[in-house]
Design a protein. Structure first.
Length: 124
């Protein structure tokens, strides 16, 4: 495994949206899904609004590998289950980063259902 560069962390962490694709068994990638991403220190996290039933999340669970792109930065990644000890920090990051959106919208990524589908993005 490799690490994020400072530029990748800044660009992806600051990006309004991220395009995420899971890798299929044959090596091909799923269609991109647009989601929100947050940064906590040197880690990047994503959540499925629909929780574990979310289509992109289920795809990520099949092989735990995929590809992300945000603001011109693309990277192959592994999807790791996030430690739920960071849930409150991730909630705070979502609320702060997306504070320009209504509470109804931001609230969808801080529900128990969404927290259950939190993944850490680990670069290849």
């Amino acid at each position: 495994m490799s690490e994020w560069t400072k530029d990748e962390l800044r660009t992806i962490g600051d990006a309004e949206e991220l395009h995420i694709q899971s890798q299929h068994a044959d090596g091909s990638l799923s269609r991109p899904t647009t989601i929100w991403v947050v940064r906590d220190g040197d880690e990047l996290y994503v959540r499925a609004v629909n929780g574990p039933d979310g289509k992109w999340y289920q795809g990520a669970q099949e092989r735990h590998e995929g590809h992300i792109e945000a603001d011109g930065v693309g990277r192959d990644v592994e999807f790791e289950e996030a430690d739920h000890a960071v849930d409150a920090k991730i909630d705070a990051e979502y609320r702060a980063k997306y504070r320009g959106y209504s509470d109804d919208i931001v609230g969808t990524v801080v529900t128990d259902k969404a927290k259950a589908a939190t993944l850490k993005l680990v670069p290849h």
